[in-house]
Write a protein that binds this ligand. Structure first.
Ligand SMILES: [Zn+2]
Ligand SMILES: [Zn+2]
Length: 104
């Protein structure tokens, strides 16, 4: 799965939807899988890019904390899709396959 659309910049209104407490939980709009949506993009990708720069083309942004609503950039890593699949292979199959197909 490849992302061709650039990730939008994080603006100050991003924080209107976030409560910071270890994990930074997103309380705004979410997609069907429960991931935050910001300006048409996944909120955790917006946060990642703001702190670390854009992930390499085609790479996924992974939650080390395994918390879908979290947008704490210290909990996020950019992963090659192949490595991402391996990271998720320890989850119950139903969960990781679903997430992986969505490029999360
Ligand atoms: Zn987190
Ligand atoms: Zn992941």
């Amino acid at each position: 799965m490849y992302y061709t659309k650039p990730i939008p910049p994080l603006q100050s209104d991003f924080w209107d939807e976030v409560i910071k407490d270890g994990c930074w939980d997103w309380y705004g709009e979410t997609n069907k899988a429960g991931y935050g949506l910001y300006d048409g993009a996944k909120a955790h990708r917006v946060s990642f890019q703001h702190r670390h720069g854009p992930p390499p083309h085609g790479w996924h942004v992974h939650h080390q904390c395994e918390r879908r609503t979290c947008v704490n950039w210290d909990h996020l890593t950019a992963e090659h899709p192949k490595r991402h699949r391996v990271l998720h292979s320890r989850y119950p199959e139903r969960v990781w396959l679903f997430d992986f197909d969505l490029g999360l």
